[in-house]
Design a protein around this ligand. Structure first.
Ligand code: BDP
Length: 640
């Protein structure tokens, strides 16, 4: 199967530096927003769907399914978009399907979008896992590799060719993971004909979550004028009471143009303005963006309205895009993580985009429920383990002041063949796409380029040096990390990370049931890390599986009591190191989540402090008590 120092000095350095974000990608990836000059049409709902079950999974291409309505090519079923397809039907072959699946639907495009030659129509897919090819009326418009980031294609001329016909959108998605995909995987053919039927193969993966597939985030059409605001980059800083927003706007479509930039506060009052494609906005009496529980008014957002007028010999084009932005700084010292020059202590969670039935599909009720639970818990931060989350979630974090470690899908890189050039090139592109999408979110305070790679392998040093330096060149305003598990791991990438993020599972994967060893082992572990790298340390994962309702005292593994006792033993050490170099704790995991089937997992990973249905286990109450205490001890603004 083929798959295709002082404020003044800091400020001066900041102002003198070359504008930070150098993006090699072709264009921007601004979140689609309506304005007086832009419209959005959501294509969510039921699409026709067909999995290609042919032995080589290639029948769809051989018979050109995209040339006709999918329903004319064979039996189709209704499939909700967005959603993973895996858990929607009663068919186990679809749940565990590997290969190409096909979606299609027809869309009525507003007549004015077609007749107005000055309008661009763009088709956007929020994300589809893993490799996607998109056709409109049988013509290929784009393809995209990678499961968690958006992609789009301009389709204006195509839909104008046959203006009276409905527009048919076909999307083929392949979930196959190879040594060069991110995350990597291998396809293994079982050739022993006495044990397996002809052509039998399995997908192997070295990561611990179900490889959900399908169209996971909203699909939509949106318009812009022919000359349009393609990208905006902001970098923020402040000095005393004055905020500084350094901006850059890129315009596509030709013709000379005029750009007017207006900054408004939360109430819509004018704050500052500027002209031109780059500049600095000064904000008097600035209201900084603060994390939740660190300030009485967290998540303060300004709005930057970019207004474009472009004039050609025959026409005038007008565009407007409003970007929400927060003014804040992030800095890292040897022992501290500073937000707006105040020490920030991460008390939070690791999550997954995961739920019953919808799998990894975008779902507003779930997202809002999770935010309510996080705020109830007293969470001030989370890590997007182990891939980029929907941008709508980042927008919620911006508004609520929840701090994010933004992780790319570099998880399960354990095979030496996944450290080759092809893997590295793709990993660099994924970081380009991630930074391009998320660079303007104040909630994002650090990039994570990988989780627990086999960094002790010889090629890993070059791989991570390149990856981390590349990410720092993309964005000079945020620290970069990769998440590690073992001391040996850090030998190769350690010197390049700004913050040490370390996962450990003492008294779980090792020394099973021996909670008494946690204080000694954890404390030694931290001391070794700090002695070696002199960087602040975050406990980026720790935890224990607990089957809800299972009780035993004295505690035994898998009971709610054991999960509680294990967390408590970690907390005692965290509290000893907190005033030294230890800057945060992120529990594994916020909620139970689905994994591949295996003898270590009882219908998924049960390390959640909430069940998969978001009901609390005993550990949720323990953590809630702790996080609110931590918020009181570490979260208040320290006096200047
Ligand atoms: C960590 C991984 C995470 C797993 C967790 C576990 O980073 O993805 O789910 O272990 O085993 O090593 O529960």
């Amino acid at each position: 199967m083929s798959v295709p120092g002082s404020f003044a000095v800091l400020r001066l350095l900041w102002l003198l530096s070359v504008f930070g974000t150098v993006l090699p990608l072709d264009g921007g990836m601004l979140f689609p927003r309506e304005s007086s000059f832009r419209e959005v049409k959501e294509l969510n709902g039921l699409w026709d769907f067909r999995a290609d079950g042919s032995p080589n999974r290639n029948e769809g291409f051989e018979k050109a399914w995209h040339k006709r309505q999918l329903a004319e090519t064979g039996p189709v079923i209704e499939m909700p978009v967005p959603a993973s397809y895996n858990d929607i039907t009663q068919d186990p072959t679809l749940r565990d399907f590997i290969g190409w699946v096909w979606y299609d639907r027809e869309v009525a495009v507003p007549a004015r979008w077609i007749s107005d030659q000055g309008t661009r129509v763009v088709l956007r897919v929020g994300s589809a896992h893993y490799y996607s090819i998109v056709w409109v009326n049988g013509e290929k418009v784009t393809e995209h590799e990678g499961g968690h980031l958006p992609f789009e294609a301009e389709i204006s001329s195509l839909i104008r060719r046959e203006p009276t016909k409905p527009c048919r959108i076909t999307i083929a998605v392949n979930n196959t993971l190879t040594l060069e995909t991110l995350p990597p995987g291998t396809i293994q053919y079982m050739n022993d004909s006495s044990r397996y039927p002809d052509g039998f193969f399995v997908q192997n993966m070295d990561f611990d979550f179900f490889n959900y597939a399908g169209i996971h985030r909203p699909v939509l059409l949106y318009t812009t004028p022919k000359v349009y605001v393609d990208d905006i980059t902001v970098e923020t800083n402040f000095m005393d009471n004055t905020g500084l927003i350094r901006y850059k706007v890129s315009v596509q479509g030709g013709f000379s143009n005029t750009l007017n930039i207006t900054l408004m506060d939360k109430d819509g009052h004018f704050v500052a303005s500027s002209n031109g494609s780059s500049g600095v906005l000064r904000v008097v009496d600035v209201k900084l963006w603060w994390p939740y529980l660190m300030h009485e008014n967290p998540g303060y957002l300004y709005s930057m309205k970019v207004h474009l007028i472009a004039v050609s010999e025959t026409s005038t084009y007008e565009d407007e895009y409003t970007l929400p932005l927060g003014i804040r700084t992030v800095n890292v010292t040897n022992t501290q993580f500073l937000i707006n020059n105040k020490p920030f202590y991460f008390h939070g969670v690791n999550k997954h985009e995961d739920a019953d039935i919808r799998g990894r599909g975008f779902d507003w009720p779930l997202i809002v429920k999770d935010f309510n639970l996080m705020k109830w818990l007293g969470v001030n931060s989370f890590r997007t383990s182990h891939y980029p989350y929907a941008e709508e979630i980042l927008q919620m974090c911006d508004r609520h002041g929840i701090v994010l470690i933004d992780e790319c899908p570099g998880v399960g890189i354990k095979d030496i063949r996944s450290f080759g050039n092809a893997s590295l090139s793709h990993h660099l592109v994924v970081m380009d796409e991630l930074v391009r999408r998320d660079k303007n979110h104040p909630s994002v305070v650090m990039w994570s380029v990988a989780n627990e790679p086999a960094s002790e392998m010889p090629p890993a040093e070059f791989y991570f040096k390149t990856l981390i330096e590349h990410t720092k060149a993309l964005d000079r305003t945020r620290p970069v990390t990769y998440v590690t598990i073992a001391e040996a791991d850090m030998d190769k990438g350690g010197p390049y990370v700004d913050v040490v993020c370390v996962n450990s599972y003492f008294a779980w994967y090792f020394d099973q049931g021996r909670l008494d060893i946690v204080p000694l082992q954890l404390s030694t572990h931290f001391e070794n890390w700090y002695r070696k790298y002199q960087r602040p340390i975050i406990q980026s994962e720790y935890g224990a599986d607990a089957v809800p309702g299972l009780h035993m005292d004295p505690p035994m593994m898998f009971t709610e009591e054991y999960q509680n006792a294990l967390l408590q033993s970690y907390h005692d050490v965290f509290d000893q190191k907190r005033n030294q170099y230890f800057i945060g704790e992120l529990i594994w995991n916020f909620a139970d989540f689905m994994t591949a089937q295996g003898i270590y997992r009882v219908v998924g990973n049960k390390k959640g402090i909430f069940t998969r249905q978001r009901q609390p286990k005993a550990a949720a109450f323990l953590l809630r008590k702790r996080y609110w205490r931590l918020a009181n001890e570490t979260g208040r603004l320290l006096p200047d």
